[in-house]
Each structure stands twice: as C-alpha cells, then as structure tokens.
Design a protein around this ligand. Structure first.
Ligand SMILES: Nc1ncnc2c1ncn2[C@@H]1O[C@H](COP(=O)(O)OP(=O)(O)O)[C@@H](O)[C@H]1O
Ligand SMILES: [Mg+2]
Length: 532
C-alpha cells in the first residue's frame, strides 16, 4: 500500500479558507480544543463533521496523486484547534483501487474506495470539500418513473450494443440523478451476472474532477484501454476505435456526471461525447447528468440537435415526497415522531427541496434528542447548560426523556444549521455589503417593520459609513451601488428582494433572523459597534 507523504498536501497557499467551528468544544486538553464539526468558507452547504469524508486537493505534478482524480480522500477522525489558533484535522486515508498493489480490477466498482488504517494530521485549510460516500441508498422512492426511463434506455442500449442517441438527465442538485443512474447500473450489472443480459463495461467520469474539459478524452481512453494518451491524441484514438469494426467487443456504458463542467466556448468536447454513439462501430451508450436545467438551450445548435432525443428531467421533490423519502430512509428508527419528520420535510421543501438537507436536519435533530436524553439522566445541571433547548424539549415531551425526536428538536436543528450557513455566508461578504445588512437590521428595528425600501436603507448605510468609517461625499456608495449590493446579497439569500412594488427600487427583507446577524458579526468589532 503506498504511503501518503506526511504533512500538508500541496494545496494552494494563497486561497486561504476561513474555518469556522460548529458548536462548542467537546474536550479541552493540553492547550488543544477538540470540536465535532466545522464549516468551510464559501461552502455554505453542510458542515463537515467527525466521521464525514473530505477530499484534499493535490497539485497536479505531485508524485503520489492519481492523475484521474487529483485528490485524496480521508475520513475525519478528529478535529481540533491548537494553542496558536491553528485548526487541524486527523484523517484515515481512503485509497482508490489504482493505488492498491493489484491496481484496478474488473471486479472493482466505479466509485469504490478502501478505508485504510493510515492516519495523518493536516491543517484544515488543505481540505477541498466534503464528499458523500456510499451515497446510493438501497431504494429510491419517488423516482420510479425516472428510473424506469433510465433503465429502459440503458437496457435497450446494452442489448443492441449501441444507442442512436445519448441520454441527458437534468435537475437541481440533490434530486437523485446520480443515485438513480447508479442504482440502474447496479441492476443491469446483476442482470448481466445472471446471464440475462450480455456483459458490458462501465466507465463513470465525474467531470468535476477533470482538470480541463479536454481531459475527458484521456480519461475515457485510459478507462477503455488502460493506456495513457494526451487529450488531442486520445481524441483521435477514440475516434478511430469507434469507427473501426471489432467483432465481439463488449458494449460500454459511459456516464459523465456533472456534465455542466464540460461546457467550453466551442462545445467540442460535449459535441464529440454526444456524437460518439452515432459512430458505426461505437458500441457505446452515453449518459450525461447535469445540474443546470438549461444546458441544452445554452448549447450550440449542432450540439442541441444531438440532445433532443432522450431526456429525463428530475423535478424538485414536493413536500410530501421529501417526507416519504425521509420516512423511508429512517424506517426502523422508531425514535422519530412522525410530526417531527413532517416538520423537517416542510422546512426543506419550502426552501431548496434538497433531500440531503432534510436528512442532515434529521441527523442533527437525533443528536440533539440524544443529548437531551443523556442530560436528563445526568441530572438537572445538564438542562441549564443546554439553555433554552432543554426547556423547550421538556415542554413538548410531556415528561418523557427517552431520546425520541420531536418537532422541537427538528426546529432547533434546522435553526442551528441555517444560522451556521448564514453566518458563514455573511462573513464572506465585502465590508459594504455587511454594513448594508446591518443598516437593514437597524432600519427594521427603528421602524418596527419586517421590510424596508432600498432608498431608506441606503440612507442609513451612508450614515453608518460616515460616522463609523469616516467616509463622505463621493466616497459613499450611490443608491444604484446599494441596489447592486442588495442584488448580490439576494443571490446568496442573505436578503430577500421584492421587486413587485411599483417603485424603481426593491423592498428588502432579511433572509435570516436579526439575532443571527448579531451572532454572526459578534467578533467584528466595527460592525458590532454599529449594531449597539
Ligand atoms: N428518491 C430518493 N430516495 C432516497 N434518497 C434520495 C432520493 N433522492 C435523493 N436522495 C438522497 O440524496 C442524495 C443525493 O442524491 P444524488 O443522486 O447525489 O443527487 P443529484 O445527483 O441529483 O445531485 C442521495 O445520495 C440520497 O442519499
Ligand atoms: Mg449528482
């Protein structure tokens, strides 16, 4: 088994990530404070917790990095901050089949990785992102129709050894596209193993992991032949392979996930990919998965013409569907009261419709309920430490402290996760934008209203900048500039903009609780002074 070198991988030194701990320390020892989770700046999605998997970006030339992946994966074992304020994590490395002594074997699954006992410590700023592993649940309720379409297409393709068109799947993130294709492929693999279907090969490419769209050619070529070739050469070799007869060659299912990343100015990569199946001897079935709904519309006409044929759109889940999915995933866990699941579904459906968020809320709610149950066993002192949450729990409990997850736990979990997300986003904004949010908070407080018109908020913004920053005259933002800032804040949902009123300027509302703004900016001495 190869060894990862000690210390930090070659992460870019200059893009400093802002790290934020989630929750209070779970342990203090020898000058170190240990935590359970952290949030990475600019990634307002899920916090990264102990037990999660993260990827490290590694410089392309690094001798130990697999050129297809350019990343290392590790499972988080500990998180801590040392006496100097440096933030650390310890991971157990995960290895790709290519990195094992046998190399990749036909029996290895496309996304398979191996957990090692090899532990290393790194500073957290080397972490690239959180990775979902084993993300294919056994069942995917509410996607029966989509799955049937994908299955029919792939099965037909594998039987015929080719498909005249490519299949294009689109939908918002978290709507189950990747999981559906993986599930269908697993089913086809089982059929092939049972002799009901001709054996076929699979190539799964995540375009996010390619250093450049053209890298797709090299990656596909290597997957098909285990040989290396530079992108331009690989493109020629693939073209030749798909055009020359070769008796008895197995059909290949090529899935390109995160297809959006392949978009280039001339669209050649996308065009070639979708065009390959139409070659006489291609024996190739192509599936593209995209997170943008309008990818085909943004494509050049010649690319578009390839896509009109087979397309499956994954609509966002409705509230009832989210509830069913979450119930299904939690089945066997009697600790969830049904109204608590209902609440999680409602909260998520109203915002993003992303099932992952609902599952995340439920996981955190279960932790809170467990903490509460433990606290009540440990005695009265724990409730005080839990603050208002313990009291709220008791009220809803009607006395029983058994760790059952209730509405109040789901509310607390949802609140906690969204406060963290908002706080991270807010701290990532420019100074003027943060002051604009403060100006809105002050305006709403003074007016006792829930929204304010832009010109009024702009006036307050200028007052704050004059008195606290010493700006004056032409240095102050114009009303139009304030409008642009509000637009940017609206994009991150820190503010909610209403343009429906007859006025030229939007009406602004806070996308979070005023208390969350105060909490998020508490360490910013300038802004917290403005809020006083
Ligand atoms: N219908 C479903 N049933 C069960 N779990 C689901 C369903 N849809 C999504 N999920 C969960 O959400 C996760 C994200 O789905 P994924 O397929 O990765 O979304 P996408 O590829 O559309 O972004 C899945 O791994 C799964 O845990
Ligand atoms: Mg996906």
């Amino acid at each position: 088994m190869p060894k990862r070198p000690r210390g930090r991988p070659g992460a870019d030194e200059d893009d400093e990530a802002v790290i934020e701990w989630v929750g209070s320390p779970v342990l203090q020892e020898g000058g170190n404070k240990f935590f359970r989770a952290f949030a990475l700046d600019g990634r307002p999605s899920d916090p990264v917790a102990v037990g999660d998997t993260v990827s490290f970006r590694v410089a392309a030339g690094h001798k130990d990095v697999n050129p297809d992946r350019r990343e290392w994966l590790g499972r988080v074992a500990r998180l801590w901050e040392d006496a100097y304020g440096e933030c650390w994590l310890q991971v157990a490395w995960l290895y790709f089949p290519e990195e094992t002594p046998t190399g990749r074997l036909p029996s290895h699954l496309p996304g398979e990785v191996f957990l090692s006992a090899h532990l290393d410590a790194n500073t957290i700023d080397a972490v690239e992102r959180r990775v979902e592993l084993s993300s294919v649940p056994d069942r995917l309720p509410c996607r029966e129709a989509e799955r049937a379409s994908v299955r029919a297409f792939l099965e037909g393709g594998v039987r015929a050894g080719t498909a005249k068109s490519s299949l294009y799947l689109s939908g918002m993130p978290g709507t189950g596209k990747t999981a559906t294709v993986r599930e269908v492929l697993a089913g086809l693999r089982a059929s092939a193993a049972a002799g009901e279907l001709a054996p076929f090969d699979e190539v799964w490419v995540n375009a996010l992991a390619l250093s450049h769209p053209h890298q797709l050619y090299s990656t596909v070529w290597r997957a098909l032949t285990t040989r290396n070739a530079a992108p331009a050469r690989a493109a020629q070799l693939l073209e030749a392979r798909f055009s020359a007869p070769s008796a008895g060659r197995r059909a290949v299912v090529l899935v390109v996930d995160e297809l959006d990343c392949l978009v280039t100015r001339k669209q050649t990569v996308l065009y070639n990919l979708l065009d390959w199946p139409s070659r006489r001897h291609a024996r190739l079935v192509v599936v593209g998965i995209a997170n943008t709904m309008d990818l085909p519309e943004r494509m050049l006409p010649r690319v578009h013409s390839r896509l009109g044929l087979a397309r499956v759109v994954f609509q966002p889940y409705t509230r009832d569907q989210i509830r069913d999915i979450v119930c299904d995933r939690l089945s066997g866990l009697s600790v969830f009261r049904s109204d608590a699941v209902e609440m999680a579904a409602r909260k998520v459906a109203a915002l993003s419709g992303d099932v992952r968020r609902a599952l995340h809320i439920c996981r955190r709610a279960a932790e809170l309920a467990a903490e509460r149950a433990q606290g009540s066993v440990a005695g009265a002192g724990a409730d005080a430490a839990e603050g208002g949450r313990g009291a709220a729990g008791k009220q809803a409990a009607g006395g029983g402290q058994d760790g059952t997850v209730r509405i109040s736990d789901v509310q607390a979990a949802a609140r906690e996760l969204s406060a963290t997300r908002h706080a991270t986003a807010l701290r990532g904004c420019g100074l003027w934008e943060r002051v604009l949010v403060v100006a809105l908070v002050l305006h709403l407080r003074a007016a006792g209203a829930s929204d304010g018109v832009l010109p009024a908020v702009h006036r307050r913004l200028c007052t704050l900048l004059r008195s606290h920053v010493g700006l004056s005259g032409a240095k102050l933002p114009t009303l139009a500039e304030a409008g642009e800032m509000a637009g940017r804040l609206g994009d991150t949902r820190l503010l909610l903009l209403d343009n429906s009123k007859s006025s030229r300027w939007p009406t602004l509302r806070l996308g979070m609780q005023p208390d969350d703004v105060i909490f998020a900016l508490r360490e910013d001495s300038l802004l917290s002074k403005m809020l006083d």
